[in-house]
Design a protein around this ligand. Sequence first.
Ligand code: PGA
Length: 254
Amino acid sequence: MTTTNFPPLVAGNWKMNGTLASLAEVDALKEKLAGVNPACDVMICPPFTLLFPMGERLNDSSIAMGAQDCHWEEKGAHTGDIAAEMIAETGATAVIVGHSERRTDHHETDEIVQKKAAAAHRAGLIAIICIGETIDERKAGRTLDVLSTQIAGSLPEGCNAANTIIAYEPVWAIGTGLTPTPEEVAEAHAHIRKELAAKVSGEEEAARVRILYGGSVKPNNAKELMAVENVNGALVGGASLKADDFFGIISAYL
Ligand code: PGA
């Protein structure tokens, strides 16, 4: 259901997958999207190495491109890191920050995520800020508290519906084939929407912020998940790697 005047977004997070050969999937997706008009925006977030070539491939298409992470500084002595400004140069318009895999693998805290999101805004990119509870937190009945803490800590000053997208991704649903029930998704998204009001300029703006659901979204469950109130699209991992599957998810908006 759409509760925003930005279109819903279906974004594919390729994670550490994809070489030049994988651009064939982008061509296939372009073909599938030609002539159809889904009521959503579509984005692919490839690894850094593919940003420039994919950007060229997407030049003549409505598919947007994002990156998967950025450093918070503009430049400097940070071996192996990429600045938001560098990402913007590739034609990307967004960057994912605070994905649970980064929070776990790279020990990223809310404070770091907040700095990265601010860097995205500084570079003119949309920050797709990921939040979500672990299975232990859910079992302990702490899901909504965890989401509140992550929202309070991970969103920088100056967030609005144009520069910020929230992705609710229960950690236990990522790559596992498990998903929360529609009721659980509805509860989490409504809570996020409510908490957002304090972080953007009030309830009206909070109502316009896109809140994506992520975690084992597949062609066979996308329609049900995307129909949940306050769900404004999906962040898709595994099922975004193949044009057929990704198109199957986008088809929830056809
Ligand atoms: P998944 O990943 O769709 O493979 O569960 C989602 C994500 O991590 O963004």
